[in-house]
Write a protein that binds this ligand. Structure first.
Ligand code: HEC
Ligand code: HEC
Length: 398
């Protein structure tokens, strides 16, 4: 039940077929259990695999921003982003996609999709050629910039049941707004969550899951302009085989980019988790997995201009450049005298690990946990990964 790979990957017709299935499990491409990636993960493909069926999306774009920020659809079925008769199914014009290294969200499975206005194009940053669009340096090469009118969609599932759908909407050149929808247990529809943190106990039919809906300010703490507003879509995340076709080739063939992404494509982020067969690729090193994890889960805030810019945890930044290795924590030693942000060979003396391994305060109080928002359950597999990685580091680079 854990592996879903779209059998048909052509844009347009294939998605309509999928869209008609009415089954949550096949409503979009999805990652495997715990949002771990499937066997296709991390397949850094140097060139085109061919076979991408081109053509513009066949369906008319129904998933568009509401008239104003204050009038989001009260029900997901009215948003235009899902099939109104089967709201667990993405609208035909919403393009499903997968990322190599997902955000940890308390073990939820996820599916994702994007609705780009007809005729509008996605721009892929090339920091060498256009340094002005990369105020944070070359590590932002490959970030995707979406046209105004884009709507991004992310579903959160447990045991195949939808608990939340998030819409992230590009109203104008300066404005993105996030909205959260709360699913009913009968899976008939999802209702707009008022702009407040909401906590529920969700019955999947198999178990009760604690779930926290973030508020709209929370959305913007992570989806900040400094992080590029959208967080998943970038070339290293999207360079991924889905059903035998590289996703980048699929987007290219569909005419979604304003200019072709140069080949060979940069190496893909690897899947951080091993719990899924074939994922990450056996060749992936601890360091690659750890850095892929941190790029997706930590670099949102830990980057120049971010929430805590003294650390820069983006993938292409050297270990020395991250500011982690051997540095004295500015904020707190967490009660351990002499602790460092990352103490080579000594995970238990490393504040980054101790912070990841701390449960959140569900009351919303100040927490030392990293990230501090939108996650409550410890990502045990990531804690082990970062522990092993720190253990493997012999010393900090000079
Ligand atoms: C802890 C940080 C964090 C918070 C808080 C957060 N997100 Fe995200 N979100 C991410 C990351 C990282 C990704 C990309 C990785 C992924 O898709 O797993 C993402 C992806 C998404 C996507 C897919 C498009 C994209 O940008 O990659 C949507 C839609 C989305 N989030 C909506 C929301 C909304 C709406 C809220 C508030 C209700 C919210 N998010 C709160 C971190 C966060
Ligand atoms: C939503 C934004 C956000 C995300 C995501 C985030 N952090 Fe942080 N981080 C912060 C902020 C803000 C602080 C400062 C905390 C304080 O004021 O006590 C911080 C502090 C830290 C510190 C202490 C630094 C010092 O010098 O004291 C470490 C280490 C750290 N984060 C690691 C991580 C790791 C590892 C991840 C990913 C697993 C992560 N963070 C994800 C915002 C974030």
């Amino acid at each position: 039940m854990n592996q879903f790979i779209l059998p048909v990957l052509a844009l347009g017709a294939g998605l309509v077929v999928v869209g008609c299935s009415g089954s949550p499990g096949t409503s979009a491409t999805r990652d495997a259990g715990g949002d771990r990636n499937t066997a296709t993960a991390g397949s850094g493909v140097g060139g085109g695999t061919g076979g991408a069926a081109g053509g513009a999306p066949a369906a008319t774009q129904t998933c568009i921003p509401p008239a104003s920020q204050d009038s989001p659809a009260p029900k997901l079925s009215l948003s235009g982003c899902v099939d109104p008769n089967h709201p667990t199914v993405l609208a035909a014009s919403v393009i499903p996609y997968e990322v190599n290294s997902p955000l940890w969200s308390d073990g939820a499975d996820k599916t994702r999709g994007m609705a780009v206005p007809v005729g509008a194009k996605i721009h892929v940053k090339d920091c060498a050629a256009e340094p002005t669009v990369c105020s944070q340096g070359p590590a932002d090469t490959g970030k995707w910039v979406f046209p105004v009118g884009t709507v991004m969609v992310k579903n959160f599932l447990f045991d195949g049941k939808f608990v939340e759908t998030r819409l992230f909407i590009h109203f104008d050149s300066a404005t993105w707004v996030g909205y959260s929808y709360q699913w009913d247990e009968g899976q008939t529809d999802a209702t707009l969550v008022p702009d407040d943190r909401v906590q529920v106990s969700f019955n999947t039919g198999k178990r009760l899951v604690d779930w926290h809906y973030p508020n709209r300010v929370d959305c913007m703490k992570c989806h900040a302009q400094s992080a590029g507003s959208t967080l998943g879509p970038e070339t290293v995340q999207m360079n991924r085989l889905v059903g035998g076709t590289n996703q980048l080739d699929r987007f290219q063939a569909a005419g979604l980019f304003d200019a072709p992404v140069p080949k060979p494509y940069p190496a893909a982020l690897v899947a951080p988790y091993t719990s899924q067969a074939g994922s990450p690729p056996v060749s992936a090193t601890l360091e690659q997995r750890a850095r892929s994890y941190m790029h997706a889960n930590c670099a949102i805030c830990h980057r120049p201009d971010g929430d805590f810019p003294n650390l820069d945890l983006r993938l292409d930044v050297s270990l020395k450049g991250t500011g982690l290795c051997g540095t004295v924590p500015m904020k707190s030693d967490l009660g351990i005298q002499g602790s460092l942000n990352l103490d080579p060979g000594k995970p238990d003396n490393s504040v980054m690990l101790l912070r990841m391994n701390t449960p959140a305060d569900s009351g919303g109080g100040k927490t030392v946990r990293m990230p501090q928002i939108a996650t409550y359950a410890i990502d045990q597999e990531a804690v082990k990964l970062i522990r092993d990685w720190i253990t493997s580091i012999g010393g900090c680079p000079p």
